[in-house]
Design a protein around this ligand. Structure first.
Ligand code: SF4
Ligand code: SF4
Length: 147
């Protein structure tokens, strides 16, 4: 039985050249990684974007990520893609109802909304409902976008 030492949610950006290639098949076949596609927008010969949960042994995970990068795919941990402006957040709780992974949840003791980055799947639901745009999505590491 395969031991999943590592399980991470990552964002993959494909160039038009790599968009049509069966990279997920190779990840599973060559590196024995399991994956769960959470979001995908892939069209052959156009730029593509995919968010997936990737799991496997630490060694296989590292080799699989290197394999993707060697083929020109930009890999970013999703935890780095969603951020919260702590000064803007007023802990109204609206986002907690939308968050499918419970990354945003109410702490019953403090009555504050906590943000657990490791659980975030970058679905963007919170960025759409937050009345003060405290939740922001980083489309690109240098490119902060608010809805
Ligand atoms: S909806 Fe916005 S302001 Fe309200 S708790 Fe969530 S992040 Fe904070
Ligand atoms: S993007 Fe927002 S709503 Fe979606 S999982 Fe992350 S914190 Fe939750």
């Amino acid at each position: 039985m395969t031991t999943h030492e590592v399980s991470r949610i990552v964002s993959l950006r494909f160039s038009p050249e790599t968009s049509g290639r069966p990279m997920m098949y190779h990840l599973a076949k060559r590196f024995d990684l399991t994956f769960n596609i959470l979001q995908a927008s892939i069209n052959p010969r156009q730029e593509g974007h995919m968010i997936l949960e990737l799991a496997g042994t630490r060694e296989n995970y590292t080799q699989g990520i290197s394999y993707l990068q060697e083929h020109g795919i930009r890999v970013t941990p999703v935890a780095n893609q969603i951020t919260r402006n702590e000064e803007s957040c007023m802990h109204c709780g609206m986002c907690t109802a939308m968050c499918p992974s419970k990354a945003l949840h109410l702490d019953l003791e403090t009555r504050r909304v906590e943000f657990d980055r490791d659980k975030c799947t970058a679905c963007n639901q919170c960025t759409l409902v937050c009345p003060v745009h405290a939740m922001q999505v980083l489309i690109d590491p240098d490119d902060l976008v608010t809805p």
